[in-house]
Design a protein around this ligand. Sequence first.
Ligand SMILES: [Zn+2]
Length: 94
Amino acid sequence: MLDTSRARKPTCQEDLEFALVQMKSETLNKVNDALVRLESGNYGNCFDCGEEIAEKRLRALPFAVRCKIARRPRRPPSSASVSSPPGAARARSS
Ligand SMILES: [Zn+2]
């Protein structure tokens, strides 16, 4: 059973909708990709190692393409964005 209905176009709240549409388009790409793999019989196989993705994982993330969550390298937070130095807000009494 395939749901072929398309996402509706937003009609109001453009700023919020714009952000949502961006998210949706990314998700839609993944869903479309999953559908392509579903049709070609590759759905549920890991993109990296080709093994079957666990059903539990597929239920949580239907368009998962890998058997494991790809880890992204974390960047250290930039330390140059301190808005107020410590002690600056302290009132002088003399
Ligand atoms: Zn894998």
